[in-house]
Design a protein around this ligand. Structure first.
Ligand code: ZN
Ligand code: ZN
Length: 121
């Protein structure tokens, strides 16, 4: 693992804010001032393909990254895009039937959506 990749992983694992690539770039640049945004993007993709981190994709929103690679339930605000983890003990729901299609299923994506405390008035 390159030093850049290790720093990206360390910074991402320090937070539970599920940052976008731009935010990760800002965090990493404090330690590696010469790193480029492209390098951050590329390393985030490599880390998520290696299963070290999670990539959270949702139609119409920026990709976010999670230093916690364990599958867990996410909650997303429909207004500001904030992503939080579900409270401890809340497991991902089982989705019956999806393995019965002729697709080769590699995962199930489920997230709760709603309004965060700041956006709910
Ligand atoms: Zn919000
Ligand atoms: Zn998470």
């Amino acid at each position: 693992m390159t030093k850049q990749r290790r720093v990206i992983l360390e910074e991402l694992r320090k937070v539970d804010t599920h940052p976008t690539a731009d935010r990760v770039y800002a965090m990493v640049r404090k330690r590696l001032p010469r790193i480029s945004l492209g390098t951050v993007y590329r390393n985030l993709e490599v880390l998520s393909e290696a299963g070290e981190i999670q990539k959270l994709e949702s139609a119409g929103t920026q990709k976010r990254f999670d230093g916690n690679a364990e599958p867990h339930l996410h909650i997303r605000c429909l207004v500001c895009g904030k992503v939080a983890d579900a409270p401890p003990g809340v497991d991902l729901p089982d989705v019956p039937g999806c393995h019965e299609s002729d697709f080769h299923i590699t995962g199930v994506r489920v997230e709760c959506v709603g309004y965060c405390p700041n956006c709910h008035n």
